[in-house]
Design a protein around this ligand. Sequence first.
Ligand code: PMP
Length: 427
Amino acid sequence: MTNHELFQRARQLMPGGVNSPVRAFKSVGGEPFFTARADGAYLWDVEGKRYIDYVGSWGPMIAGHNHPAVREAVERAVRDGLSFGTPCPAEVTMAETIARLVPSMEMVRMVNSGTEATMSAIRLARGATGRSRIVKFEGCYHGHGDSFLVKAGSGALTFGVPTSPGVPKQNADLTLTLPYNDLDAARTLFAEHGQDIAALIIEPVAGNMNCILPREGYLAGLRTLCDEHGALLIFDEVMTGFRVALGGAQAHYGVKPDLTTFGKVIGGGMPVGAYGGRRDLMEQVAPAGPIYQAGTLSGNPVAMAAGLAMLGLVQAPGFHDALAARTRLLCDGLQAVADGASVPFSTNSVGGMFGLFFTGEKVETFAQATAADTARFNRFFHGMLERGIYLAPSAFEAGFMSSAHSDDDIAATLEAARQVMTTLTPD
Ligand code: PMP
């Protein structure tokens, strides 16, 4: 069966042929490949072609695909049963591990996806403050909950559907949006609506409008603003958690949120999310308190085993320093290649996350990210894909490095980029 044949079959029965939009390659054009297996830094498609993978299942595979420690932990867990519907010991170890690695997580609730984590966190924020409005940022993505599909990033941005049909206007009206990295705009908004705002939710490093780092003092400024107005600060660390640093972006930038959401790395590739934070807030979650949130498969023993094994790997001494150095090596290398080919280009990176922009400017805002040359990105993407390098199939997604990417993989990526960049000028 070829990639094309599978896609034809998939399109008959699945919207767009996929179970999550960006996978369909709609923004870059062409058809997706279907992965048969993955190992280390590589994916192999059903036709046997190998790709060096800089998507890493969109973040979870920080130690590379199919890592033996994670696989074996899952194999061991599976022998004892797939789901119990009662508490299990691995959940307790997971909560203790998270609380130890991320000190703001005084209490935690496991869920099954990043979307669930963010939806639950804002319910808690609303329940605890008695306020109904939330603030999010243009180009930030927090999953597909109704409250978040307002000026959202990721697939919603790629497809130009900032507000999805099906989200009631009354619901969207409760979501206020701000430009990322503009503290004055946030001050103005809070001056007007501060008393109605339950929470401000932010990706502390934005990874769904490409990759944009917070300006110096920006996160701390938001912290102060929330405190002044009695609003909660929620860091959505679904992408940045255990990736930007062991303690997440909150450790890297030294700003403590009231609540945090996790996903991706925390599940080691299994469907897992988590939210948590201040004890006085988390004690209001059912059954300790009245704010309801539940999950049949939450804290699933197999998922906990995978997540714990992955969290074990990222605690290796120097893990994140090495990951960050490798990410910089790739970004600096790509910059040199682009400069050599006179292609306007810039990069952002922090820890194991990076962004590539076809613009000569350093990108710090959503407006700059959307002004970059996406047509050129699409040509670059396909040129790289042909040469066996898989970048995220959209100009508005972050790239993910893993500890399995070797010097040879980086060198092969730069050599492919050298060939492709020369084809990108003139337009
Ligand atoms: N928050 C952020 C920052 C994300 O990047 C994502 C997914 N890319 C989500 C939430 C939603 O997570 P999930 O896809 O697991 O629902």
